[in-house]
Design a binder for this molecule. Structure first.
Ligand code: HEC
Length: 141
């Protein structure tokens, strides 16, 4: 029997490939889905929205428009925390600009790239955005 037709050899080859893929993933993909919402917020959002969420981060001073206070989201929307809208604003499906350019990065895209830019990355982006929305819920005044 030739090596080519041996099913066990083929299976072993597949296993080697699969193991190689699994172990190579962390090298390329970040794992921000394992961060808490607060950790992700401090890393990616606080520069503009401020550590307290009130729109007073260091980068906000350099922007031509005011950075929104994220602790007042519920109050500004009639005491209703707009979970679905927020998810879309953060990942970029919903545009937040009233006029002019959007200054806030399109996080759905940014995180997708960070996570490896494939289908699995999309699922991790959903987790990241969910964690962020839950963190924002926790800082409402
Ligand atoms: C470069 C500065 C900057 C960073 C970083 C940033 N934002 Fe923003 N964000 C803005 C600005 C400016 C607006 C107002 C809309 C616009 O012009 O894009 C905004 C709007 C928002 C809004 C809508 C607020 C409202 O009242 O409707 C939410 C929610 C939000 N940001 C969440 C986040 C989250 C979560 C992160 C981190 C993943 C983040 N932002 C990072 C600048 C930033």
């Amino acid at each position: 029997m030739s090596e080519q037709s041996n099913p066990l050899t083929a299976l072993m080859r597949l296993t080697v490939v699969a193991v190689a893929i699994v172990f190579s993933l962390p090298v390329y993909a970040q794992a921000f889905d394992e961060y808490s919402g607060q950790e992700t917020y401090m890393r990616f959002c606080a520069a503009c929205h401020g550590e307290s969420g009130q729109g007073d981060g260091p980068v906000s001073e350099g922007l031509p428009i005011a950075v929104p206070d994220l602790t007042g989201l519920r109050k500004r929307r009639g005491n209703n925390f707009p979970e679905d809208v927020l998810r879309k604003i953060i990942d970029g499906q919903e545009t937040v600009v009233v006029h002019g350019t959007r200054y806030m990065p399109v996080w759905g895209y940014e995180f997708w790239v960070e996570e490896g830019a494939d289908d699995a990355a999309k699922e991790r982006v959903d987790i990241i955005v969910d964690n962020l929305v839950e963190y924002l819920r926790s800082i409402q005044q």
